[in-house]
Design a protein around this ligand. Sequence first.
Ligand SMILES: Cc1cc2nc3c(=O)[nH]c(=O)nc-3n(C[C@H](O)[C@H](O)[C@H](O)COP(=O)(O)OP(=O)(O)OC[C@H]3O[C@@H](n4cnc5c(N)ncnc54)[C@H](O)[C@@H]3O)c2cc1C
Length: 401
Amino acid sequence: MALSMQFSAEDEAFREEVRDFLDAHLTPALKAAAARQTTVFPDRDVALQWQAILQAAKGWAAPAWPKDFGGPGFSANQRYIFNQECARAGAPGLIPLGLRMLAPVLFRYGTPEQQAHYLPKILSGEHYWCQGYSEPGSGSDLSSLRTTATRDGDVYRVNGTKLWTTHGHFADHIFCLVRTDSSGAPQRGISFLLIPMATPGISVKPVITLAGDHEVNQVFFDDVVVPVANRVGPENEGWTVAKYLLEFERGGGGAAPGLREALDHTRALASLTREDGTSVLEQPEIAARLAALAVRLDAFELSELRTLAGLAEGGSPGPESSLAKNLSVRLEQDINTLALEVSAYYGLPQQPRGLAVNEEPLGPEAGVAVTGRYLNSRAASIFGGSEEVQKNIIAKAVLGL
Ligand SMILES: Cc1cc2nc3c(=O)[nH]c(=O)nc-3n(C[C@H](O)[C@H](O)[C@H](O)COP(=O)(O)OP(=O)(O)OC[C@H]3O[C@@H](n4cnc5c(N)ncnc54)[C@H](O)[C@@H]3O)c2cc1C
């Protein structure tokens, strides 16, 4: 059951415009790629192709960007409708690292020169970003990070390593937290740098996940020279910048439409007729689990709409983003778990990897991605800050405990 919302005639006209656009521009190949996606981020080429289409046809590659920075300046309702229609149509996602994570940081903390240089290149897809926050031994306790940036006139010399760098093997730029002072409290001596990946001294090593995907990497910095002009925000005050970015990573709004599509997909899988003429949807336990997920999703969607309304008025997601992250991740994992269970043996682990070997899916096409998604979404309660760490933030910053 979908959430019932009242929209104005203007909003409904906008919905029609989005639908017309999707009918005209969302190609079967892009839809097929999205349907088989099992990883956190879509395939780079698919995402960039879709980003270019959105931007060229409508200027819609960055729905959350204000007009002043080249975005469409959508209202909260328009953003919601846009997300909803894209999810319903089965459009691929975009890579959030530049568009939804670095961009808001540049809006607030970037110099006019940095804004003029980087934002258009993020929008066009010319720059592909990755995030250099975590290090071996510095994940949850991020402020203990040890990658150093030593000032040498107009440049910093960066040494150290970053871990779990998603799409670091595709990226041509990395936004990076570095230590510029070790004398005081750990949070005080951190700075936020923008570094081209082609800079001499940077190397990237793959890390293969449980699901068999190459999404994350370890990045090494060996005396990497970075101009001081590439720093965002004041020296030693990068922790504030870093936390602001994390609010958008954890709860920038817009997860609910995708989760609803995933739930609908799971329901469709459950309703497939099996060889004995029945479907698992007829089993009360399965129907009850689907209903319980739908209720949780409705509640989550309402709180996400509140966040979107605040964002459209120029606010930031705030510490409540930690709540949004935990709720959406649990929903995602529970939906994926049920999808795997109702697929039964059609969700066998050789799919979708085995498609390279088995030209046709072994079972229904709808079941091809379930195992990969189930495995990959285990990581969602870790990346962007673990579930336990979000609970600590909620206790402190939301509940004031
Ligand atoms: C798939 C994936 C993609 C990622 N992508 C990126 C990326 O692009 N860029 C980037 O910088 N990082 C990325 N990360 C890193 C991610 O942010 C860290 O893995 C995460 O913050 C946890 O840090 P850790 O791995 O060092 O685990 P640890 O910090 O060692 O935590 C281990 C366990 O201890 C628990 N724990 C730790 N401290 C506390 C506490 N104070 N209270 C209660 N429990 C606690 C944690 O919840 C966790 O269960 C990614 C991670 C994954 C898995």
